[in-house]
Design a protein around this ligand. Structure first.
Ligand code: ARG
Length: 462
């Protein structure tokens, strides 16, 4: 249905169809309706407090807005494109419902301060949900770690076998990255915690708006200090998009490992049927599509951040309509991040760990060569020299096709007199992990310590 524009007073002719089409944001910003109504109710209460609204007008507005909220919740509300956006649609419906009192709601307010309020509230609400999902994923990683504390696998550098580590240590490495993501999300929220209403269109408003009242009513921690900056600023949106991009990168790296580990060449893990898919032609296939899609979706998360940065880059102060282009990237990043966290949680929780395959990989690739060099260093051989000796042992094993782990003490003595009877233990991958004495290393003590620390951090956030 066509509506007369709420701003049409100074116009003689109607907008072209294309103007309406390109201006309208209602098909995506309708999702801000809850925050828009929450903001409008607080604004109405402020207007009552400063004497702009009577008690009766205020009552009608609040009741009308609550009815509209219920109608939208229940799917009984018709949004109209000719009313452009969520703000106009709700204001128009309110006036239809309660008459002239509805027309007073927009006193001392502009859509420019209204839209940034809605977006701040929206991100705060969504981040609460994202925090719970992230906590679940971190918990799934910790649970996997606890269930396989003693499983040993190779750690890789350059994708070449490096040193033995506990599988639990590897799971926790990913968990710590997600703990940092949570902190980054909290920082993004902190930058959205200043209350913008009262900036008006750009210069402030001709009323003594009680901005502190609004700050309290809407749960903000401060009020924005400059009206021009208030309607121009989308830093808090960028902060959120950056958080989402970095989280996407972390999830993509985890996904890549799951793709690799579930190959028949690695067989380190088996992903559950719940998260693998078949092929339309090859009957034997179990493809890790969920992992691949999480890896793929990091691209759109980066794109959303770049898209808004580029949109904002050339804009003069203050509000410019270009800024309406902030919404779709944000909404897409919110949806994508939620999908990816849930998908990753499902994969981690349901994956089977193949301790045998991990042990085979750690046992056949000289993973304890560094331990053997350290053994010599502890016997007084300078580390550089020890490195060279062990290098020649590896060369010997390769040439003679001897298993590194089956070398006897007398074999080792051919390379250095410093090898004693206890040398064989230096080659053992399990004792290798326990020799990692440093804080944050892969010893059982340190892994348990990390589990406790992460559990504490997560329970504090919830
Ligand atoms: N829908 C607009 C946006 O998302 C808000 C309205 C501001 N519009 C205006 N013409 N000043 O940015």
């Amino acid at each position: 249905m066509k509506h007369k524009k709420l701003w049409s007073g100074r116009f003689e002719n109607l907008n072209a169809e294309i103007t309406e089409k390109i201006s309208a944001s209602i098909n995506f910003d309708a999702r801000l309706y809850r925050q828009d109504i929450r903001g409008s109710i607080a604004h109405a209460s402020m207007l009552l407090k400063i004497g702009v609204l009577t008690q009766e007008e205020h009552g009608k507005i609040v009741q009308g807005l609550n009815e509209i909220l219920a109608e939208i919740d229940e799917g009984n509300f018709e949004f109209s494109r000719s009313l452009e956006d969520v703000h106009m649609n709700i204001e128009y419906a309110l006036t239809q419902k309660i008459g002239d009192a509805g027309k007073k709601l927009h006193t001392a307010r502009s859509r420019n301060d209204q839209v940034t309020l809605d977006l701040r509230l929206y991100l705060r609400d969504e981040c609460e949900l994202i925090r719970a999902l992230l906590a679940d994923l971190i918990e799934a990683l910790v649970t996997k770690a606890e269930a396989h504390l003693d499983v040993i696998m190779p750690a890789y550098t350059h994708m070449q076998v490096a040193q033995p580590v506990r599988f639990s240590h590897h799971m926790l490495a990913h968990a710590w990255a997600l703990v940092r993501d949570m902190k980054r999300m909290d920082d993004a929220i902190a930058s959205s915690m200043a209350m913008p209403l009262g900036a008006g269109a750009c210069a402030g408003v001709n009323y003594p708006n009680d901005r502190d009242f609004l700050k309290e009513a809407l749960g903000f921690s401060s009020i924005t200090p400059n009206s021009m900056d208030t309607v121009s600023d989308r830093d808090y949106v960028l902060d959120f998009l950056y958080f989402a991009a970095v989280l996407g990168m972390h999830l993509s790296r985890m996904a890549e490992e799951l793709v690799l580990w579930s190959t028949s060449e690695f067989r380190f893990v088996r992903l559950s049927d719940a998260v693998t898919t078949g092929s339309s032609i090859m009957p034997q296939k179990r493809n890790p599509d969920v992992a691949e899609l999480i890896r793929g979706k990091s691209g759109r998360l980066y794109g959303n951040l770049i898209s808004l940065l580029v949109t904002l880059k050339g804009l003069p102060l203050t509000y410019n309509r270009d800024m309406q282009e902030d919404k779709e990237p944000v909404f897409d990043s919110v949806d994508t991040v939620k999908l990816c966290i849930e998908g990753m949680k499902e994969m981690i929780a349901g994956m089977e760990v193949n301790a045998e395959a991990m042990r085979a990989a750690v046992s056949s690739n000289y993973s304890t060569a560094t331990d053997l060099a350290d053994y010599l260093a502890q016997k007084g051989v300078p580390f550089r020299r020890a490195h060279e000796i062990v290098g020649s042992i590896v060369k010997h094993c390769e040439k003679t096709k001897t298993d590194f782990f089956s070398l006897s003490v007398s074999d080792l003595r051919n390379f250095s007199d410093a090898f004693g009877d206890d040398a064989a233990d230096a080659l053992n991958p399990i004792s290798s992990t326990e020799r990692k004495l440093s804080q944050g290393g892969t010893s059982l003590r340190e892994v348990k310590h990390q589990i406790d620390a992460i559990k504490k951090l997560i329970s504090k956030k919830e």
